[in-house]
Design a protein around this ligand. Sequence first.
Ligand code: PLP
Length: 462
Amino acid sequence: MKFITSDKRVHILDAHSNVWSVIMDIADSGVQEEAFYVCDLGDIVRKHKTWKSFMPRVQPFYAVKCNDSLAVLEVLTALGTGFDCASKAEINKVLALGVNPNRIIFANPAKPSSHIRYACATGVSTMTFDNETELHKVKNLYPDADLVIRIRCDAADAQCPLGMKFGCDPVTEAPRLLEKARELGLNVIGVSFHVGSGCREPAVFEKAIAAARVVFNVGLELGYTFDLLDIGGGFPGDRGTSIDEIAEIVNSALDTYFPSPSVRVIAEPGRFYVSSAYTLTCNIHSVRDVIGDDETTRHKMYYINDGVYGSFNCILYDHQRVVPQPLHELPATKYYSSSIWGPTCDGLDQVVEEVLLPEMQIGDWIVFENMGAYTLPVASPFNGFPVAKVHVVADENIWLLLKDILPLTEEHFVMNRAPTNLKLGFEDVERVAVSKLPIRMHVPGANSEHVLEYVGFLQDGN
Ligand SMILES: *Cc1c(COP(=O)(O)O)cnc(C)c1O
């Protein structure tokens, strides 16, 4: 018997299983009560494939703050992306996976001194700035750093605007800052921006790339030859969204303003990579009927075991709107005006304000898709309600792809039609008999060429 937490294990699904069948198996097991996530690694791999086909010139540096789970970071390390880190701890976490420091950008324009020292000690040389005091700090602590000036260019419509906090004005402030950097003898290598997280105005990328070109030219006049353009984050990642429109605008703006391949182009997508990979399932533990004057129910209040202090913090901080789906189809003869509430005693803890739902009972499950971005890293166990556990799954093809490149051992994997041997995250898990593993596991490299081709990531990092 060996103790392994559920989130360290990857459950391999055969062709008959998928995320929803896994959710049903766990929810209907009779012993599950807590809310839980299912994370599909295949979704992350497919996102990477999409990125590479839509924007082949733009190297993704995943924004770690969006979801810093090891499963995510390990898969992206294997796929060869870079990483956008904002702090010493994030840098440390990524370096611990064996990532080369040159695959990290320290993309926080306002860094504590000790974090700059840490970046210096570990060789993470690329970092952003947008103000003069930061230049003095870097001059003192890491004079050889490769600096990237962050300019401001906001989408008119974004889920989370960032411009009021970071980014200097490309016209009125950038020239002065670059002069200062020159005076201090600092090495500036390029320009970055972030149009706002959850950008709903694709055309802003054209405007921002044009503004970056102007700043490149200012640099040139001051004797700098910039060779890095960082187009930041802002790309959508929910099921049913696409980056095609943004990609078209980015690609054509790059052709117009940065035709030379000597300029390396990177981005810092967060939400794009992880949002749809995570599905959260919550249990109804209380129901309250609000009865109208006519003595009939006019509204139903459902209380579930995850809320805005846990996974649904994204409603407050990330301005998300979440969509509830009953796990099982209900005989819907009648729909009720309903609201969904978290488990804590705070009146603020509301998950869905108003939705039409068929009548649900205590013990029923509600599924929320697209819960991978800006949820888990922020969640707290306030009021004694634990943060939901994650069950990581991958289908066989994805597993074949990942098994050779991930730092995982055989015991990380379970092959099963469904993870019935999941012990649901709170007790010990029996060791999996090796005989249960698919035969291919014992033939290193089998099929790997084919599988590697499937993602087409070979030109990156590794
Ligand atoms: C948060 C953040 C990102 C990620 O943004 P998404 O909208 O999730 O893609 C990228 N870069 C920086 C500097 C950030 O702060």
